[in-house]
Write a protein of this length. Structure first.
Length: 250
């Protein structure tokens, strides 16, 4: 849905920046994405890697980064942190906060968990002919709680610094789709049926982060592993019907 991405991400950013200028707000933490690196030829990917998105979502994130760079040039008092997320998964350990997309999920982990709970019949793996260890795409998966803590560090950073800078939020570890399925099955004792489908346009084979800069400047590093990500996702997925009933009781 490219028009929806462009309308939401670019128009929304422009309106926000206009209001920041109007009310003299000079500090911003922007949720960017690893998709701004496009089809990078090397992993791990550092913040100095070549930029160039391969899909409409990534294009809007990259364009927003360009907009924010131009705004900083026009107003050097600004303090802007660009957080380039890698693949966000997991849920809060309480099982009360997590991801519950409608329809067929666009992302791997909610797709797997919805198959595991019986909401969907089987997982559709988008391509098994990449030049990877098992043919499926390799990504850097980061726990949502580690990401939230990265935001806290970024907030502290913009409050105490001026300028604009980008930081990777990732783990430096890449997992293939089959490896994530295996980790989920082991963590939950659930079997995940799947089928192989065509590649999704704009997807790349391998993408994982070099987060050294975030460690050095933000004092941040991801600490939760793939097993914990799977366990927390499953805990949330099992509790979703209960949470919905609790909401209705208010």
């Amino acid at each position: 849905m490219p028009l929806s991405y462009y309308k939401n991400n670019l128009t929304g950013t422009l309106i926000l920046c206009e209001l920041m200028n109007k009310y003299n707000i000079n500090k911003l933490v922007f949720s960017s994405s690893a998709t701004v690196y496009g089809a990078s030829e090397q992993s791990p990917i550092s913040e100095s890697s070549t930029l160039g998105a391969t899909n409409s979502y990534g294009q809007t994130k990259l364009m927003t980064e360009y907009i924010l760079n131009d705004i900083f040039i026009s107003n050097p008092k600004m303090s802007i942190t660009l957080l380039r997320y890698f693949n966000l998964i997991g849920a809060h350990k309480s099982g009360l906060i997590g991801e519950d997309p409608n329809g067929i999920p666009n992302n791997l982990m909610p797709y797997i968990s919805q198959v595991a709970v019986g909401k969907l019949k089987k997982l559709s793996i988008l391509g098994d002919d990449y030049e990877t260890l098992d043919g499926t795409g390799i990504r850097d998966y980061i726990h949502v709680v580690d990401l939230a803590l990265g935001h806290v560090k970024a907030l502290n950073y913009v409050l105490n610094n001026q300028g604009i800078d980008a930081f990777n939020l990732g783990t430096r570890k890449g997992y293939s789709v089959f490896q994530v399925i295996e980790a989920f099955e082991k963590a939950t004792n659930r079997q995940i049926p799947f089928e192989i489908s065509e590649r999704r346009p704009g997807d790349i084979g391998i993408c994982f982060a070099n987060p050294t800069k975030s460690k050095q400047h933000l004092d941040w590093a991801a600490v939760r592993d793939i097993t914990e990500m799977c366990e927390d996702t499953w805990r949330w997925q099992q509790k979703i019907p209960m949470v919905a009933i609790c909401r209705l009781s208010y």
